[in-house]
Design a protein around this ligand. Structure first.
Ligand SMILES: *Cc1c(COP(=O)(O)O)cnc(C)c1O
Length: 490
């Protein structure tokens, strides 16, 4: 399908701007500042509006359809969050205003710190990190500083299961540690024997995602935590999968020392193009002094029931420092606060229960059609294999592309790395049964097509504005111009 370019619809002399009658003397622009050869399309206002409206509708989003992108928790972003974040008192607050002038914003941040700590069973929370990956970085820097602060300089390694998200080894390396990979056992859990062999006094800690990236709750999580603690290491939990635990399991009570939250996953703030991210970190007792700052503290308790306490911004005594300008992505704090406030205790539990139920529903309905490795009760997501016995040359990517023809966003492809042709499916709690059934039927239909007419899958998508791109090149060499760029030499 060929999309009309705005250059194709322009014609000389058309314009979209209506300027008021000039009420000052007209002065000619110096000729050296005027260019006659500007290659811009000349279009009317209506043509511009249609052009950009059409472009905007080419994007796929959660507001348009089902988005089962595993590990990313593409849940619905309630519009009330947006209303709250746009309240003038929040949106127009200048970041340099003093504490006295920002008491409302500080009260909100303080409450959010408390709620996140309560949800995860941690002692304290800092809202500073701007993404999950930055929360990871903060967490590992805290572990590093904790050991150095005690004069323990031997610890150079962080243990990471082989199912880990790519950001985990990247974080560890950036923080100056060596990442040591641990194998999984036959059930998809951490291999306890390999873990115990790896634990010694050179281990600074371990990073682990719970439930893991196969969507499975580690059956021996307490043994894992204890093994690392016994050799003097600290436990980092990658909290990206909190949508499977919230209101049900508290990582702090499992013994974790530090964890990041992804507000743009679990707590319904938008991803990427919808706004910046937010990756607060929660910590147990040992790491409280090392939190990135500033954090919001109470500087003066309320004197009576009608009074509010006074809030201040404080740097923790041994803080790893600042991670970004000002106080984190405050607009996201407002949205996450709104989400938690509206859902309350019971709502938070229900979110998790429905997310887990939805994932298990799809898993069980698809288990006779697709191979599901480690097929046991999952958390909020599960991984199946996107290929079929007896069908040559059909890959996870082909199934994903074919799903687009049916109006669904593809699941996550080829992650985790330990499953061949991985398709990681995370429905979230946002979807109703009719949507899940529609997706299940489509997945079965695609499996039938793979056997009967595999070329349909290989040539998909057939309805998208562009077909198969070189995804790496497309991401690295963005074409942001609306006119095709001539091929560069070579
Ligand atoms: C999303 C994710 C991250 C990184 O979070 P960002 O907010 O994208 O930086 C880390 N680990 C896991 C398991 C994730 O799914």
């Amino acid at each position: 399908m060929s999309e009309p370019l705005i250059y194709d619809i322009g014609s000389p002399g058309r314009q979209g701007a209506t300027l008021p009658v000039c009420d000052v003397p007209i002065t000619p622009i110096p000729s050296e500042l005027v260019r006659a050869n500007l290659d811009l399309p000349e279009v009317s206002e209506l043509q511009v509006v249609r052009h950009f409206t059409r472009l905007s509708s080419l994007n796929y989003s959660i507001d348009k359809g089902f988005y089962p992108l595993g590990s990313c928790t593409m849940k619905y972003n309630p519009k009330v969050n947006e209303d709250m974040a746009r309240l003038a008192g929040f949106a127009q607050l200048h970041p340099l205003v003093d504490n006295e002038g920002a008491q409302g914003a500080l009260a909100l941040m303080y409450q959010l710190q408390q709620w996140l700590a309560e949800i995860s069973g941690f002692k304290a929370v800092s809202l500073a990190p701007a993404a999950g990956a930055q929360g990871e970085f903060a967490g590992i820097l805290m572990i590093r500083k904790y050991h150095l602060d005690r004069g323990d300089t031997k610890r150079t390694k962080i243990l990471i299961p082989n199912s880990a998200h790519g950001t985990n080894p990247a974080t560890v390396t950036m923080a100056g540690f060596v990442a040591v990979e641990l194998p999984a056992d036959a059930n998809g859990d951490v291999d306890l024997k390999a873990l115990r062999e790896a634990c010694d006094d050179t281990v600074a800690g371990m990073m682990i995602t719970v439930p893991n990236t196969l969507g499975l709750f580690e059956s021996h999580i307490l043994e894992v935590v204890n093994a690392v603690h016994d050799c003097g290491g600290l436990m980092y939990m990658d909290g990206a999968n909190m949508n499977a635990l919230m209101g049900v399991v508290k990582p702090g009570e499992l013994g974790f020392d530090v964890m990041h939250y992804n507000l743009h996953k679990t707590f319904s703030t938008p991803h990427g193009g919808g706004g910046p991210g937010s990756g607060p970190v929660g910590v147990g007792e040992k790491l409280v002094p090392f939190l990135p700052g500033p954090v919001v503290t109470i500087s003066e308790e309320a004197t009576g029931d009608e009074e509010a306490p006074l809030y201040a911004m404080t740097m923790p005594p041994k803080s790893i420092g600042r991670l970004k300008a000002f106080y984190g992505n405050f607009g996201m704090h407002v949205r996450a606060f709104t989400y938690i406030a509206i859902n309350g205790d019971q709502g938070i539990k229900d979110i998790t229960r429905h997310a887990v139920l939805n994932a298990n529903y799809i898993r069980v309905k698809l288990q006779d059609t697709y191979k599901i490795p480690y097929n046991r009760a999952c958390g909020h997501e599960f991984v199946l294999e996107g290929h079929f016995e007896g069908v040559e040359n059909i890959h996870a990517l082909d199934i994903s592309k074919r799903l687009m023809d049916y109006g669904f966003h593809p699941p996550t492809n080829y992650f985790p790395l330990i499953v061949p042709e991985a398709l990681m499916i995370e429905p979230t709690e946002s979807e109703d049964k009719a949507t899940l059934d529609g997706f299940i039927d489509t997945m079965k239909k695609i499996a039938a097509e793979a056997h009967e007419n595999p070329d349909l899958l290989r040539s998909a998508p057939h309805t998208a504005p562009v077909s198969r791109l070189d995804e790496v090149r497309a991401a690295k060499q963005l074409v942001l111009c609306c006119r095709p760029i001539p091929e560069q030499g070579g």
